[in-house]
Structure formats: structure tokens, C-alpha cells
Design a protein around this ligand. Structure first.
Ligand SMILES: *Cc1c(COP(=O)(O)O)cnc(C)c1O
Length: 227
């Protein structure tokens, strides 16, 4: 059994170490990815000090939010987005990492309640050129970023990517560098601060390439079981 407070502590120490090795002094946010994990596991992580949680499925997330109403949690939506889910996402989350097309962005903007602060947005980019993977392609990213940055109820923060998995640290870094370069190019024209890259198996490489948010699931909560 995974003792969540222990794994959280170990990950935090490892993030700090990677940050020092990279010579960085800026903030790195740990988003605990809790998809397929029951709400009492999230509460356990919360009790251990974790505040940002990432979820992939809207209905599952809303059920957990109801159970965790008494907690001060920052909710991140990180899964693929269908048009018919944009309203619930706009109402129930603080961040969305997986915006990959204009239609989704404008629907989120339209549905974001006026009572809430603008929804923090990352554009998910497809850096690996595999047509099956989701994410905007590099060619369309600048135009998409410009349009999102003009939407009043959205706050464009940066980009997110999920490169093809590999155990090879050098390959991990090379893939993340492509993403970091794309962010840097966008920063010429836009005020962006977020590079959302790195998961359980590659967050050290991501931090070396400048990740400001790492999204870590199984290394905190244990392997997922989808039954
Ligand atoms: C599941 C998921 C993660 C976490 O993956 P782990 O390998 O369990 O750390 C991170 N980001 C996204 C978008 C995910 O879907």
C-alpha cells in the first residue's frame, strides 16, 4: 500500500533536488493527478499539505469536489475536452491544461461564470508529430495563443505537452526542449509564465528543461487500476 504522505514528501524532495541541479530558484507547482483514485485518497494528500489536484474526467472530478467541499483545493482539468463538457469545466475548475482548439477556448470563455476569476489556460501542444495524439500542432499555436489571450474570462498562462514516453533521459530532455522553445517563442509577444510538462516517469527531465508545473499521479497515489 502507498503511504501518500511519504510519497509526497519523497517527490517534493526530488523536485527540489532536480531544481537545484538545474540551478533554478523559481517556483515549481506540483499538481497531484488523482484520476481513478477515490476521494479519500485526495483527502489524505490534502491532509499532508497538497493543494493542487489534477483530474481527467469531469463527472468523476465533480463528485470528488462535492466530497472535498471543506478543503481549499486548486482544481486542474488535464484530460481531453469534448465540447459538451466545456460548461461544467468552466464552472468547476481553476485551471485547464488541455485546450487544443479555438472552439473549446471560446466555449470555456462563454461559460466561465462572472463571479469567478478568469480561468487559467494552457494550450496543449502536440510536440511529437504523431497525428493520433491530441494537442494543437506547432504551426497553429501562435494564432491560437493570440486569440485566447484576448478572451476576457480566460487567462492564458502557457503550454502543456505529453511527449511520447521513453525511459531515456536524454530523449526525454530533447522532447521537452522542443516544448520549452515553443513557449519561449510565444513569450516574445505574450505574457506567459507556465510550462506544464513532466509526469511520474519524466519529471526530472522536465524540470531540467524549465517545467513550472509537473503533473504527477502514480508516483504519489500508486498505480492506477481502472476496473
Ligand atoms: C494521468 C496523467 C498524468 C499523470 O501521469 P502519471 O504517469 O501517473 O504521473 C499527467 N498528465 C496527464 C495529462 C495525465 O493524463
Amino acid at each position: 500500500m502507498t503511504i501518500i504522505s511519504d510519497s509526497l514528501q519523497a517527490i517534493q524532495a526530488s523536485i527540489l533536488h532536480a531544481k537545484q541541479v538545474a540551478g533554478r530558484t523559481d517556483e515549481i507547482k506540483l499538481v497531484a493527478v488523482s484520476k481513478a483514485k477515490p476521494a479519500d485518497k485526495l483527502r489524505e494528500a490534502y491532509m499532508a499539505g497538497q493543494r493542487a489536484f489534477g483530474e481527467n474526467y469531469v463527472q468523476e472530478a465533480i463528485a470528488k469536489q462535492t466530497y472535498l467541499q471543506d478543503c481549499n483545493i486548486e482544481w486542474h482539468f488535464i484530460g481531453p475536452i469534448q465540447s459538451n463538457k466545456t460548461q461544467l469545466i468552466a464552472q468547476h475548475f481553476d485551471w485547464v491544461h488541455s485546450v487544443d482548439r479555438l472552439k473549446i477556448a471560446s466555449r470555456l470563455n462563454d461559460a466561465r461564470p462572472d463571479t469567478l476569476t478568469p480561468l487559467n489556460i494552457c494550450i496543449q501542444i502536440n510536440s511529437s508529430e504523431e497525428s493520433s495524439k491530441s494537442g494543437a500542432d506547432a504551426a497553429s499555436i501562435a494564432e491560437l495563443a493570440k486569440q485566447i489571450s484576448q478572451m476576457p474570462k480566460l487567462k492564458l498562462r502557457g503550454i502543456m505537452a505529453i511527449p511520447a514516453p521513453t525511459k531515456d533521459l536524454a530523449k526525454q530532455r530533447a522532447q521537452f526542449k522542443i516544448v520549452a522553445d515553443i513557449l519561449n517563442a510565444l513569450k516574445q509577444d505574450l505574457d506567459l509564465d507556465t510550462l506544464s510538462i513532466g509526469m511520474s516517469d519524466d519529471y526530472v527531465a522536465a524540470i531540467q528543461e524549465g517545467a513550472t508545473i509537473v503533473r504527477i499521479g502514480s508516483a504519489i497515489f500508486g498505480a492506477r487500476n481502472y476496473n
